[in-house]
Design a protein around this ligand. Sequence first.
Ligand SMILES: Cc1ncc(COP(=O)(O)O)c(C=O)c1O
Length: 389
Amino acid sequence: MYSVRSSEINPFTVMQLLQRASEFEAEGKQVVHFEVGEPDFVTAEPIVKAGIAALQEGKTKYTPAQGVLPLREKISKYYAKQGLDIAVSRIQITSGASGGLVLLAGLLLDPGDVMLITDPGYPCNKVFARLVGAATKAIHLEAEHGFQLTLPDVQNAWEDNTKGILLASPSNPTGTMLAANELARISDWVKQQRGFVILDEIYQGLVYGNSPYSSGLQVNDDLLVLNSFSKFFGMTGWRLGWVVIPENAQERFTKLAQNLVISPSSIAQNAALAAFSREAMVIHEQRATEFAQRAQRLAKGLIDLGFKIPVMPEGAFYLYVDVSHTGIPSEEFCWRLIEDHQVAVTPGKDFGAYRSDQFVRFAYTTGDDSIDLGLERMAIALRDWGVMR
Ligand SMILES: Cc1ncc(COP(=O)(O)O)c(C=O)c1O
């Protein structure tokens, strides 16, 4: 009775690890969480207050499918501060980046089409394409190339039925960014093939050091950009995001949104109006700085323990760590770490198949004390397993 497509979706190992973690917590044991892909901070106070006010003022109805105009205007101004002129008409509010991906799949793909994605990469991407009858083809990312694509990778993978490519910068799980010149080369070439480039910028703002660009739209205005209030703005549970699409796609996109979801959450949109206030931005920036400091703390600790981090992240809140020196395949490594020492990390397998046995993802979405405790426990684990003396 159920669809073939729904049967094809792989469960995430991290969900099973989380289940095990909650069993330990129910026994009163403290678990160190390095597996969670969302900020540990709660939503900033100005946004919460705006959300409460929205409820009290009765902003509880459907909104236009594109989202409320004041929020689209604020996003346009946010781009203006980055030196970008993005017309409000190109900005559409969605139910998280996930909602944006559903609509973009509907906008861009037909049955039989292929969209290029990366391995490792965000694991849900293939499901959005598959749900509209299209397929994905994964291009392997090499540590030597900073876990990012090069133009020859894209050219080699491109076939007659390829319609476009989905890139992420900074990316999940590696936190690396696509260099500006490579993004320019890839997007120019794909345009010549009459294909599309979606750039997932959901970790925009969580970038450390010298960022090659604040938005890929500075590199190429033709990109379809995916963004979200989840990560930098700390609003994962509000389910709000946005896309930037070309002028000529607006009408189709709006029709899709009207039919599939009617509108994004009115309360979340009205709350998000406060996300760009000076007061809220100070909080977001402080948190981004804290993530950057945690990245250093955790990376140093892991390297001291003998782990390799082939490419240091430029953003997001993840370290993609090579555990091969332990001689233990990454999934088993994760299970042993949670079972024996109550430290939760995500195996590479959840992000693809390429060399996934070798890698695990550490999320530093937990405070310094917890990071230190995790490192202490891992030191004990490595001694127990005879990896370290
Ligand atoms: C790369 C990437 N894209 C998209 C999403 C979806 O995010 P949301 O729907 O919360 O905006 C995530 C979530 O972790 C992600 O890591």
